[in-house]
Design a protein around this ligand. Structure first.
Ligand code: GCU
Length: 414
């Protein structure tokens, strides 16, 4: 066979594999009956009746199940990691913010993997420590704001890294209402997720994973690990209150934020925006995306073990309500959008409802209803949920709700 007919055959096989996947179910009547594993029963069958048993026995058990079956295991904080302040501007954004850019060299090696954390702190906080929203960005740092002081990053085009163009400054700003967040007394810290590991099948070799051989973890595990490394830096920043760092993310980065928040209890609050399958949504509820869809379209995201559950969600020893429960008793916000059926809004809502007993056991208020709220009517207790009108996205309205929730639970110091 010639090279071009080999390529054609490979393409045809890929197209057929795609077509053979069952179409997504969007019909409530066709959601099969399912039984969720009980977050409050130990693997040995005994019930969890108090906070101590949850914290010392059940929580570690569930965490281990997610490591073994879903996201994989991540390495510890590397001893040789370094932080380098690349730039500091005390008068950024028209004097409203202190801007820092910090290079986190994950292994300390000269040519090792590294990311640049962009940090804005409210200038008005003066020497008070600010609470901070930390998240990964879909676009390079210089695209989240038109601020000309942001170092120009790299972009990946067809698997190749190249310097970004000046004109791309601010092109992703709609996702990041930085001025609004600062005006409400919060700082913002972010990094481009591709700098931890580029997001394509085969991208692994350009990211952090080769530096830690012997771990079966996926890109989501690597990105979540990167958030914890950002937290390591934030703990050292005198302008940041390390007890009020809120980790958030949209979509695949919402899955990432949940996994980061589940593992790393230094995150004081967690926000999942439209995270869907493999994030907040229940896997056993077959609606929209499935485990097989995830593993086939994004084979680099999860652990190898997760592939065993393609079409076999009922055999998973966990479901995603248990991921949410790992965040308890810390405040948790789960959000969906009406047109984002692929992410299964109802499955995201029911997952938060099913994490409720763990919040209650730990003395917190859960959602206190199992009726989905009307669009654009958030429910906020010690956990929160909203269903925004519109498509798969994160917009200013979503951010307003997150800020209101943050002010209730982790207000800036006055
Ligand atoms: C795809 C994927 C989702 C993911 C989304 C995103 O739609 O199937 O699981 O959340 O991309 O990250 O935008």
């Amino acid at each position: 066979m010639s090279f071009s007919s080999l390529i054609k055959a490979a393409l045809l096989t890929a197209v057929l594999a795609h077509c053979q996947r069952p179409p997504a179910n969007y019909d409530e009547a066709k959601v099969p009956k399912y039984t969720l594993p009980d977050p409050l029963v130990l693997l040995n069958g005994s019930p969890v009746k108090d906070a101590k048993t949850w914290t010392e026995r059940r929580r570690p058990e569930i965490l281990e199940l997610f490591r073994n079956h879903v996201y994989g295991r991540s390495p510890a904080r590397p001893k040789a990691m370094t932080f380098e302040l690349l730039s500091l501007d005390p008068q950024a954004l028209g004097g409203t913010a202190v801007r820092k850019q910090v290079e986190i060299n994950f292994t300390g090696a000269k040519d090792g993997p590294r990311m640049t954390l962009l940090v804005y702190l409210p200038a008005a906080a003066k020497d008070r420590r600010s609470p901070v929203f930390l998240g990964l960005s879909f676009s390079p740092n210089h695209a989240v704001s038109a601020d000309p002081g942001i170092l120009l990053g790299d972009v990946w085009v067809k698997g190749q890294k190249q310097p970004a163009a000046e004109r791309s400054r601010g092109s992703g700003a709609a996702h990041w209402p930085i001025q609004t967040i600062l005006a409400r007394g919060y700082g913002v810290a972010l990094a481009y997720y591709f700098t931890i590991e580029p997001d394509f099948d085969g991208g692994e070799k350009y990211g952090v994973r080769p530096s830690f051989p012997g771990f079966d973890w996926g890109a989501i595990g690597a990105w979540a690990w990167g958030l914890s490394r950002a937290m390591d830096y934030l703990e050292t920043d005198p302008g940041v209150d390390p007890h009020r760092v809120i980790v958030h993310g949209h979509s695949r980065l919402g899955k990432t934020a949940l996994w980061a928040g589940a593992q790393d209890t230094r995150f004081a609050m967690v926000i999942s925006n439209d995270s869907g399958e493999g994030g907040a949504a229940l896997s056993r509820r077959r609606f929209g995306e499935t485990v097989a869809d995830l593993n086939q379209r994004f084979p680099h995201w999860f652990s190898h073990n997760y592939r065993k559950y393609n079409g076999r969600e009922d055999d998973l020893p966990v479901d995603q309500h248990m991921l949410l429960a790992l965040i308890a008793p810390r405040p948790l916000y789960v959000a969906s959008a009406t047109e984002d059926l692929w992410a299964d809004p109802r499955g995201e809502f029911l997952s938060l409802v099913a994490a409720g007993p763990v919040y209650r056991l730990l003395g917190k208020r859960d959602l206190e209803t199992d009726r989905m709220p009307a669009p654009d009517h958030p429910i906020q207790t010690d956990v929160a949920y909203h269903l925004r009108t519109g498509p798969h996205d994160i917009n200013a309205w979503d951010w307003d709700q997150y800020l209101d929730f943050a002010v209730k639970h982790l207000p800036p110091a006055r």
